[in-house]
Design a protein around this ligand. Sequence first.
Ligand SMILES: Cc1cc2nc3c(=O)[nH]c(=O)nc-3n(C[C@H](O)[C@H](O)[C@H](O)COP(=O)(O)O)c2cc1C
Length: 211
Amino acid sequence: MKVLAVLGSKRTKGNTASLIEQALIPFQELDYFSGETLFLGDMEFDGCTGCEGCARSNRCVIDDDMQHAYSLLREADAVIIGSPTYFYNVTSDMKKFIDRCYCFSSYNPKDRSVWTAEFDSGPRKFAGFISICEQNSVDDMGYTPQILQKSFESLGFRTVFNQKVLHCFKAGEVKSRTEAMESAQSNGRKLRDTLILQSPETHHLSTTLIP
Ligand SMILES: Cc1cc2nc3c(=O)[nH]c(=O)nc-3n(C[C@H](O)[C@H](O)[C@H](O)COP(=O)(O)O)c2cc1C
């Protein structure tokens, strides 16, 4: 089973990276999980142009690093998506990434209020979200947690957790916040155990693996 983490901060040793690392620990404990982390800041990719080249095929026509990301998203059983808040929103890299996932959606051309997403069918995919900001109130995160959750739910993912971490400014500062780090790990465990429970391959193991 595969888990894909997507990191929306350019700080590869920043707070989002530290929290995602924690959330991945439970997956690393069991050898039938493989994981990959996409650092959006290291990728070369453009924003969606609205060309509708994907309309019939569900395949984006822009040939850049998102093509690799699409394969990973298709293969993943679960995703962990993390973004810091930038001006009450996800980072521009994360927004670009989300917009490029438009190709997974299909609309009825005669009535665009009728639509579906590629991941609405096939084996259920699950998601966990992590947002982090420097201010003390969840209001100062603005739309960050909602944009992550609503976008990936619209693509067919079921949300298992949506963690919000406040009051962290400097890169890596969150490492000294024991509660936030433990909570990221226990959220990762919850996502992992959800996969174990729902998968026919591993469901029988759930009584031994899930304490
Ligand atoms: C351009 C920019 C905009 C930001 N906007 C907000 C904001 O609206 N609210 C907030 O609380 N923090 C804001 N921050 C602070 C970051 O969310 C915070 O430093 C976060 O911990 C960075 O996470 P990272 O280390 O994973 O990059 C902003 C930071 C930058 C660089």
